[in-house]
Ligand binder design. Sequence first.
Ligand SMILES: Cc1cc2nc3c(=O)[nH]c(=O)nc-3n(C[C@H](O)[C@H](O)[C@H](O)COP(=O)(O)O)c2cc1C
Length: 202
Amino acid sequence: MELGWESFLGLLQKRRSIRKFKHQEVDQSLIEKILEAGMLAPSGKNRQNWRFFVVQGQKRNEYLKYSQKTWINIKDILKDRLKPSLYEFTERFFYTLGDAPVLIFCYSQNSPDEKYLTSIGSVYMAVENINLACVSLGLGCCTMGAPLEIKAEVDQFLGVDQREDYKAGELQLLCGLAVGWPDHSPPMAPRQTEDRIHWLNE
Ligand SMILES: Cc1cc2nc3c(=O)[nH]c(=O)nc-3n(C[C@H](O)[C@H](O)[C@H](O)COP(=O)(O)O)c2cc1C
């Protein structure tokens, strides 16, 4: 059965980075669903080299001080780029993570059997699946590269640094995901087409 272009495009167009969430828990079964969607993604050599660390409850609250730290590293770059209201909103997001009840940290398990970039790309395929699964369930999600600013501290915070694959230098943090019930409806961020596609027909 075909999904149909309109339904598919509608799903893609509905997705937004959500940075403000309701004070409402997300059922474990829904978290499992979005992870299931993530793990349906294609991956180089079908290695399924994604590793997800799901953080909730008190541990999630503890992460806020790390998130605040990442803001210190990023704020000067954003000051010039964002208009003041958006800058303030973003600052609040870093301090509260928009009250998202669920954080998912996405790692790549890299192996000498696979090209490094292929391993990274495979995990991001899963990340987008998770983003879209959230839309389909009415959940909101924001992909965050910010945790990379303090990578080693996040590894420690999650206890990932105690794993054998980490000690072997194979595990690498790629991003965090804030997940919860959306409490705002941001407009679509503008899309650009200039210089994005090159056709070579000869
Ligand atoms: C790899 C990656 C890293 C990102 N890092 C952050 C982040 O650290 N903080 C944040 O608020 N948004 C982050 N975003 C969200 C982007 O800002 C957002 O996708 C972009 O502005 C387009 O908006 P949209 O997702 O609503 O279409 C990230 C997105 C991606 C794909």
